[in-house]
Write a protein that binds this ligand. Structure first.
Ligand code: NAP
Ligand code: MG
Length: 488
C-alpha cells in the first residue's frame, strides 16, 4: 500500500499561534572572542553576522577568530592550567555547580537565543537542550572530587589544554558535553562553536564570568572551519575533542597523527530504527517520528534508516504517514511547532541534493503538504519507500527531516541490515519481547541502543560511536576517561 497525500488524515481544528516573546532577551550588537576572561576584538578586526535561519535576518555580529587569536587563546589557557589543575576537585566542583545553576537561571533567555540562532523549535530548546546542558554541568560537578573512582584508578591527572569543536545542531548542549567533563577533570578548554550558531556559547562565556571562573579556564573562540583547523593544529593543545562530520574528523585525525595530542571524535551516523511485528505499533510510530523529525533531523544519531518487519510494513507506514500529516512545520518560536527551520542555506542544499538522488535512483518519495514560510530555510518532512540498501539515501547521512524505509523478514536479517553501514552511532529496537531486545542489542554495532524509545539523552549515560561514527565516549563516568591520564 502506498498512501498518498489524499489519504492523509487532516487536522480537524487548528492551533492558534503561540509565539514565545523575544522581548526579555538582551543580546549585544557585537560579540568578541572570549579570551582570558574577557571579550576581545579579533586580531584582524573581522566580525561576521549570525543570522536567524527562520527569517534570514541578522541577529548579531560575531568575531571571526584567526590564527593570531588561536595563539593568544592557547597562551592564556596554558597560563591558567597549573592553578586550575592544582585546585581540589571539590573546589572545581563549586564552579561547575555555579555554572549549572546560572544556566538554569537564564534558561528562558538561552532557549530563545538557541532557537533564534539555529532554527530549532522553541519547545525543544526549552525542554531538551537547555535543561540537559545544565544537567551535564551538575553531573560532572558531582564527579570532580571522585575522578579516580570514575576510571577505576588510584591516581589520575588532567591532560592540559583541550581544544573542542562543536557543530550547529545542539550548540549549547554540545558545549556542555565538552566543557563539563574537561573542567571537572582539571583541564582548561578552548571551545570553537559552529559558525552559524555561536550565540549561546557566547552567553555561556558571560555565565563563566558571572560564576567568577578564573580567566583562561574557558575560552570561547567563535569562527569558521579555518578557525577550527588552526585550533587543532596549534602547538600547546594537548587534546582535541571534535563533534561534526566524518570528513572533517578524518582531516583532524590526519593532522594530529604522530603529534602525541589526544583525540576523540563524535561523527556522523545512519542509525537503524528497527520495528518488529510484535511491537506496540502506535508507540513505535511516535518513536519513529521523534527519531527522525526531532530537531529537523539535524541529529547525528537520528533514526534515519527505518527497518520494518515485512508483516507489519503497510500498517506502520500508513500510521506513520497519518502521524506525519499532523506535524506542524514553521515558526520555531511558536510553542506548538514540531519541525522548525533548516539550520542554513548550505545544509538545505545538501538535503535537497540527497533527496533528488533518492528520486533519481528510483525510491518513492512522499513529502507532507504544508505551508512553508516565505523566508528562511525549510524542508517538509519526507518519507522514502521502495528504498534499496544501495541507494544513497540508505547509505549517506542526510541530516534532515527525511526517513528511508527498508524491510526485513527475520531477526537475523534485521541485524545484518542494521549493521550494513559504515557508521555505528545508535539504533532503536521496537518489540514487546525483552529477550529479543537484549539479543538484538548485543548484536548491533552501535554505541547507543534504545529499546522502545528513541533520542533519549541523559548525562549519566555514555554516548559515542563505532566504526566511522568515531571513538571516545561522552557522558557518565565513561566521559571522564578521554580527559584524564591514569598515573597508577
Ligand atoms: P563540520 O564541517 O564537520 O562542522 C563541525 C564543526 O567543525 C564546526 O564548528 C565547523 O566550523 C568545524 N570545522 C569545519 N571544518 C573544520 C576543519 N577543517 N578543522 C576543524 N574544524 C572544522 O559539519 P558541517 O559542515 O556543519 O555539517 C556537514 C555534515 O556533518 C552534516 O550534513 C552532517 O552529516 C554532519 N554533522 C554531524 C554532526 C554530529 O553531531 N555528528 C553535527 C553536525 C554535522 P564551521 O561551522 O564554522 O564550519
Ligand atoms: Mg545563526
Amino acid at each position: 500500500m502506498n498512501p498518498s497525500v489524499e489519504t492523509r488524515t487532516s487536522i480537524v481544528w487548528d492551533y492558534s499561534p503561540a509565539p514565545e516573546s523575544a522581548d526579555h532577551i538582551r543580546l549585544k550588537d557585537r560579540y568578541g572572542l572570549f579570551i582570558d576572561g574577557d571579550f576581545k576584538d579579533p586580531a584582524d578586526g573581522r566580525y561576521v553576522p549570525t543570522i536567524n535561519p527562520a527569517t534570514e535576518e541578522p541577529i548579531a555580529e560575531v568575531a571571526d577568530g584567526g590564527p593570531d587569536d588561536v595563539a593568544a587563546a592557547v597562551e592564556s589557557a596554558r597560563d591558567a592550567h597549573p592553578k586550575w589543575a592544582a585546585l581540589k576537585g571539590l573546589e572545581r566542583a563549586k564552579y561547575l555547580f555555579r555554572i549549572a545553576r546560572l544556566i538554569q537561571e537564564r534558561s528562558r533567555e538561552l532557549a530563545v537565543v538557541e532557537t533564534l540562532d539555529g532554527g530549532k523549535p522553541l519547545r525543544e530548546s526549552r525542554d531538551v537542550d537547555i535543561p540537559l546542558a545544565a544537567a551535564h554541568f551538575f553531573h560532572y560537578a558531582g564527579w570532580a572530587d571522585k575522578l579516580h573512582y570514575g576510571v577505576n584508578a588510584r591516581e589520575v591527572r588532567p591532560l592540559g589544554v583541550v581544544g573542542q569543536i562543536v557543530p550547529w545542531n545542539f550548540p549549547l548542549l554540545m558545549a556542555a558535553w565538552k566543557l563539563a567533563p574537561a573542567l571537572a577533570c582539571g583541564n582548561v578548554a578552548i571551545l570553537k562553536p559552529a559558525e552559524t550558531t555561536p550565540l549561546t556559547a557566547l552567553l555561556l562565556a558571560e555565565i563563566c564570568q558571572e560564576a567568577e571562573l578564573p580567566p583562561g579556564v574557558v575560552t570561547i573562540l567563535p569562527g569558521d572551519g579555518s578557525t577550527g583547523a588552526s585550533l587543532v593544529r596549534a602547538p600547546g593543545v594537548d587534546k582535541v575533542a571534535f563533534t561534526g562530520s566524518t570528513a572533517v574528523g578524518r582531516d583532524i585525525q590526519a593532522a594530529l597523527a604522530g603529534t602525541g595530542a589526544h583525540l576523540t571524535l563524535e561523527l556522523g551516523g545512519k542509525s537503524a530504527n528497527i520495528v518488529f511485528e510484535d511491537a506496540a505499533l502506535d508507540q513505535a510510530v511516535e518513536g519513529i517520528v521523534n527519531g527522525i523529525f526531532f530537531n529537523q533531523g539535524h541529529v547525528c544519531c537520528a533514526g534515519s534508516r527505518l527497518l520494518i518487519q515485512e508483516s507489519v510494513r503497510d500498517e506502520v507506514i500508513s500510521k506513520l504517514w497519518a502521524r506525519m500529516g499532523r506535524l506542524r512545520v514553521g515558526d520555531p518560536m511558536d510553542k506548538n511547532t514540531d519541525v522548525g527551520a533548516i539550520n542554513s542555506a548550505e545544509q538545505l542544499s545538501r538535503i535537497e541534493t540527497l533527496v533528488a538522488a533518492g528520486e533519481e535512483e528510483g525510491a518513492t518519495r512522499q513529502s507532507i503538504a504544508c505551508e512553508l514560510p516565505e523566508h528562511g530555510y525549510w524542508f517538509a518532512p519526507t518519507l522514502f519507500t521502495d528504498v534499496s540498501p544501495a541507494h544513497r539515501i540508505a547509505v549517506e547521512e542526510i541530516f534532515g527531516p527525511v526517513v528511508s524505509v527498508l524491510t526485513f523478514r527475520t531477526q537475523a536479517e534485521a541485524i545484518e541490515k542494521a549493521n550494513n553501514s559504515r557508521y555505528g552511532l545508535a539504533a532503536g529496537i521496537w518489540t514487546d519481547k525483552g529477550s529479543k531486545a537484549f539479543e538484538v542489542a548485543g548484536a548491533l554495532q552501535a554505541g547507543v541502543v534504545w529499546q522502545n524509545t528513541y533520542n533519549h539523552f541523559d548525562p549519566t549515560a555514555a554516548f559515542g560511536g563505532y566504526k566511522e561514527s568515531g571513538f571516545g565516549r561522552e557522558g557518565g563516568p565513561a566521559g571522564l576517561r578521554p580527559y584524564l591520564e591514569v598515573v597508577r
